[in-house]
Design a protein around this ligand. Structure first.
Ligand code: IPE
Ligand code: IPE
Ligand code: MG
Ligand code: MG
Ligand code: MG
Length: 296
């Protein structure tokens, strides 16, 4: 499965990422090298692509103005991956088909590369899309994204994820909360940001929010399924880690088939949520299918 939105946006996202990152030759060169190493290693680019698809679904027609802000989302995401892989967190040595940042650059630089990607992403979000006409939209979108990365979102969810490691049976409601916080909140915020930059009406934003909640949850459920079923070659990261470390996942709670059925239910919910957006939400429809049917 692929979605045409990837063909449309990924080359532009790649170009813009390469432009926005500090040159690897500029001091402190090793830090800039580490930032580029993780960001330019590839990745599906689903968050910027989701944001651009949401922007267009809400009638946005100046994509070149919005692209750098959408690309900032990928910098923020890559920060989370570098830190997620650290020895003190998931202790992973493979990411995006390459040795993880701390393996190549050492822990200190990996931490700093994460910090610098987070702050560069933040700087971009308070300055892009450029211009006075975007002032209110920019600050509304930025505030929402920062919230989704904080203690009620990703950082908080990551803390709960680690606390639940090896804790035996975790209640389904607790599991859903961890997934929503660590992964769902940010994905939902990426979609809403696209809508906000487009100046979407409140009904459209409400639809994006329902879609984002379902797709965001599905994204982590499928990530957990892939961890249990995929190869390292396909995923570019080490499989089987969740079972080995006793992570709280839907696969652990319900088995692979149960988790799959849950992902399918979430897909239907996501598609239903799009109906107020009509035909313009075609790309988001495709992306929801991609999230659930992907193999990496
Ligand atoms: C992996 O994210 C981390 C999760 C939030 C589950 P992605 O699956 O989007 O990773 P890349 O960006 O494609 O490498
Ligand atoms: C990632 O969850 C959540 C983040 C916020 C990065 P995982 O720990 O399952 O992500 P992977 O499987 O390492 O990509
Ligand atoms: Mg993790
Ligand atoms: Mg991990
Ligand atoms: Mg995982």
């Amino acid at each position: 499965v692929t979605a045409t939105a990837f063909a449309k946006w990924v080359p532009e996202v790649e170009r813009c990422l390469a432009d926005l990152l500090p040159p690897a030759t500029q001091e402190p060169a090793r830090l800039h090298e580490a930032m580029r190493y993780s960001v330019m290693a590839g990745g599906k680019r689903i968050r910027p692509v989701m944001a651009m698809a949401a922007y267009e679904a809400c009638g946005g027609n100046k994509p070149a103005e919005v692209l750098p802000a959408a690309v900032a989302l990928e910098l923020l995401h890559t920060y989370s991956l570098i830190h997620d892989d650290l020895p003190a967190m998931d202790n992973d040595d493979l990411r995006r088909g390459k040795p993880t940042s701390h393996v190549v650059f050492g822990e200190a630089l990996a931490i700093l590369a994460g910090d610098a990607l987070l702050t560069l992403g933040a700087e971009l979000l308070v300055t892009r899309p450029k211009g006075a006409t975007y002032l209110a939209k920019r600050s509304k979108a930025a505030r929402m994204i920062f919230r989704a990365l904080g203690t009620q979102g990703m950082a908080g969810g990551q803390a709960l994820d680690l606390a639940a490691e090896g804790a035996g049976d975790v209640k389904i409601e607790e599991l859903a909360k961890i997934h929503r916080m660590k992964t769902g909140a940010f994905l939902e915020a990426c979609l809403l940001a696209g809508g906000i930059w487009a100046g979407a009406r409140s009904e459209s934003l409400a639809a994006l929010k329902r879609y984002g909640a379902a797709v965001g949850m599905a994204f982590q459920v499928v990530d957990d399924i892939l961890d249990a079923t995929q190869t390292k070659e396909t995923m570019g990261k080490t499989p089987g880690k969740d079972a080995k470390t006793g992570k709280a996942t839907f696969v652990k709670a319900w088995g692979i088939d149960g988790a799959r059925r849950h992902a399918d239910r979430l897909l239907s919910e996501a598609l239903r949520a799009l109906s107020p957006l009509g035909d313009s939400s075609f790309a988001l429809r495709e992306l929801a299918h991609f999230v659930v049917d992907r193999d990496r």
